[in-house]
Design a binder for this molecule. Structure first.
Ligand code: 13P
Ligand code: SF4
Length: 305
């Protein structure tokens, strides 16, 4: 491991590369990354960096978003099979058909979508700025929200703005975070704050103290006077929370909350792509230009405070 890290650091310098990692990544990836963050912060970093090469430790749509924002940079993904099943629940064809059912559709695409779907959308959002994105849209439009039904319902309820929501979901959050587990955790740790991700089902959200993106959760925990937290999102976040807040205690709602795709990225694969400059993300230029518009609009919208 030490040897791998040494080689990695040497190569990073030689190639002028930066390692960006999502919060759900394995601890070994957190430790070598130049920046660890949520989807919105990672997009912002990808747009701003002066590096020539971005090694994106996350799932495919995240690396693709980085490449759309920075077409002159080489964006490498350590495992091409690290996809997002929720993103695969909508295609550009299905979205076009959905749009054709409305007179004046405005499409909000969660960033967990392919470049082709983004190219058919008006504005993107992440879980940290989704409510503000919806509020930014003129209220005489037919708003379409794809693909996450749980995030869509949460945003609709919080903003009080009616939307037409696609029926997609994240298997990790939807299937493995259930009310029974929260009630059990709450009984065991009565003074803990309950934080959940908006990709959880509404029955779960209604039991939480706070609903937050992964990045906002990390910032909230650092500021909170609470000493204990029940965490309702993918397990990878626990490493960062514990590392950044050693005096606080964290309890996952379920030990099953693992995103198998995020976990496909290993240190050996990061080194391999940097040595061989392989797994370069490429988006056809006509699609990239169209997808760039909703992504850049998203970057102008602030996260929830
Ligand atoms: P965040 O934007 O909160 O990082 O979420 C990304 C994601 O894929 C959650 O499952
Ligand atoms: Fe996709 Fe869910 Fe994994 Fe996030 S946790 S990348 S939404 S499958």
């Amino acid at each position: 491991m030490e040897e791998t890290i040494k080689n990695l650091n040497k190569l990073k310098k030689e190639r002028n590369a930066v390692i960006l990692a999502h919060i759900y990544q394995l601890p070994e990836i957190h430790d070598v990354a130049d920046f660890v963050g949520d989807s919105l912060d990672l997009s912002r970093k990808a747009a701003q960096t002066n590096a020539d090469v971005i090694v994106f430790c996350g799932v495919h749509f995240m690396a693709e978003t980085a490449s759309i924002l920075s077409p002159k940079k080489k964006v490498l993904i350590p495992d091409v099979n690290a996809g997002c099943p929720m993103a695969d629940m909508i295609t550009a064809e299905k979205l076009k058909e959905f749009k054709s059912q409305y007179k004046n559709p405005v499409v909000i695409a969660y960033v967990n979508t392919s470049a082709m779907v983004k190219a058919e959308s008006d504005i993107c959002c992440t879980s940290s700025n989704a409510v503000n994105v919806v509020k930014s849209i003129a209220n005489n439009s037919d708003i379409i929200f794809v693909p996450d039904r749980n995030l869509g319902e949460y945003v609709q309820k919080t903003s009080n703005i009616k939307m037409n929501i696609w029926n997609g979901f994240c298997p990790t959050h939807n299937n493995f975070i259930i009310p029974e587990y929260i009630l059990k955790a709450k009984k065991e740790h009565p003074s803990a704050e309950i934080l959940v991700h908006p990709e959880c089902r509404s029955e779960v959200i209604s039991l939480a103290d706070y609903v937050m993106s992964t990045g906002i959760m990390c910032r909230h925990v650092a500021k909170s006077a609470a000493k204990e937290f029940i965490i309702g999102t993918e397990m990878g976040i626990l490493y960062k929370l514990k590392k950044d807040n050693p005096s606080k205690k964290f309890y996952p709602i379920s030990h099953l909350t693992i995103c198998p795709n995020m976990k496909k990225i290993t240190l050996a694969k990061v080194l391999d792509v940097l040595i061989n400059m392989k797994n370069v993300i490429s988006v056809p230029e006509n699609i990239r230009q169209k997808a760039y518009i909703p992504i850049s609009k998203m970057l102008k919208i602030a996260p929830q405070s």
